[in-house]
Design a binder for this molecule. Structure first.
Ligand code: SAH
Length: 344
């Protein structure tokens, strides 16, 4: 009989499972706490279960953690983990230590549903959606390698389009925030999307405690957005996307973040900045500007520092909140849009 991977079980499934193998229901909590709070990767380490119980549990179940294929450390401390899935696919997770927070950037798909022309992940076709366990286990796997401090922030900005795998993303967020789970505040979690409108609406309508939402806008006209984000913008052009966010803005005080990748000569003009101010009208939001991170296969360029600064100033003058994303991990291709799941 196949052993049950304990990481694959939701909390209620864990209760059912332990009872099926003859344990009392409360054991589920104990086991969950070993997995999500003490980050163990084997049943042997669950020392408040008796030896007999551990033996019984090991007969029926196992913990199948992701494999660390390689890890690379950048000169700025950023670390990129190439992680192996059971079926041989590979994904990447990026660890971003700072003095006041430890952020982990995680993947939701092997490859990506979309075809954004400035993103390295898009060069690979979609292999498959990640399972809940594979999304959640990126956090546990990297945390085990850095046991000295707790991961404080999680961003769904690695490989893949989270909204194309929304059920698994939603369940993973629940495991992250539950007090029986990893126990992190939903305010410290951000889910990023290229703009799949029906899923965004579903995400915003949910009654569960919610993670922050980030939208990769990246252009101010459909002409440019069709070029750089063809698939998603044909389905949901700028107006459709922004109208949905305006509607949500009327109903909730939550603020969305717009990510805006700056591509020299493509979307970085001052006319673009002025259009952005207009487009953002009526949406509770802030902007995060990401100067393009170059990679060998790309023909786009990063704008000059002066151009970036002027773009940001125009947004600020227009009354928007706009920050500049630090380009961490660029030397190891671990920055935004540089994740490929390849062993480079
Ligand atoms: N698919 C989701 C999650 C990926 S997040 C989304 O699109 O939001 C990755 C972020 O990095 C997105 O905001 C994307 O626009 C940005 N990005 C992609 N490639 C980049 C690159 N080469 N340089 C800088 N930012 C990039």
């Amino acid at each position: 009989m196949m052993k049950q991977n304990l990481l694959a079980l939701s909390f209620s499934e864990m209760e059912t499972f332990v009872q099926q193998i003859g344990f009392k229901k409360y054991r589920a909590k104990q086991i969950l706490s070993w997995i999500y709070q003490k980050w163990v990767k084997s049943i042997d380490e669950m020392t408040d279960l008796s030896l007999t119980d551990r033996a019984l549990l090991s007969e029926k179940a196992e913990i199948l953690p992701l494999k660390i294929v390689t890890r690379q450390k950048s000169s700025d401390g950023t670390e990129k983990f190439l992680l192996g899935l059971e079926d041989g696919n590979k994904i990447e997770a990026v660890f971003l230590p700072e003095e006041r927070r430890l952020t982990l950037c995680i993947s939701t798909q092997a490859g990506c549903t979309l075809d954004c022309t400035f993103c390295l992940t898009a060069l690979e076709k979609l292999k498959r959606n990640l399972k809940v366990s594979e999304i959640m286990d990126q956090v546990l796997t990297v945390q085990r390698e850095h046991p000295e401090r707790r991961i404080s922030n999680i961003v769904f900005m690695g490989m893949g389009e989270p909204m194309a795998n929304l059920p698994a993303v939603t369940e993973a967020v629940q495991r992250m925030i539950s007090p029986t789970g990893f126990g992190i505040s939903p305010r410290k979690i951000t889910v990023s999307t290229a703009g799949l409108v029906p899923q965004i609406e579903q995400f915003l309508a949910s009654n569960e405690p919610q993670a922050n939402l980030s939208i990769s806008l990246n252009a101010t006209t459909d002409k440019v957005r069709d070029q750089i984000m063809p698939k998603v913008n044909k389905l949901y052009p700028i107006k459709v996307l922004l109208d949905a966010l305006k509607k949500a803005s009327l109903l909730s005080r939550r603020r969305v973040t717009f990510e805006y990748v700056l591509l020299a000569g493509v979307n970085d003009s001052l006319a673009d900045a002025i259009r952005l101010v207009r487009l953002a009208h009526g949406i509770r939001c802030k902007f995060n500007l990401i100067p393009f991170n170059e990679f060998p296969e790309s023909h786009y360029r990063r704008p000059s520092d002066e151009q970036i600064e002027n773009f940001q100033k125009t947004l600020l003058k227009g009354g928007l909140v706009a920050t500049l994303r630090k380009n961490r991990g660029r030397d190891i291709l671990a920055a935004c849009g540089q994740l490929s799941g390849e062993n480079k």
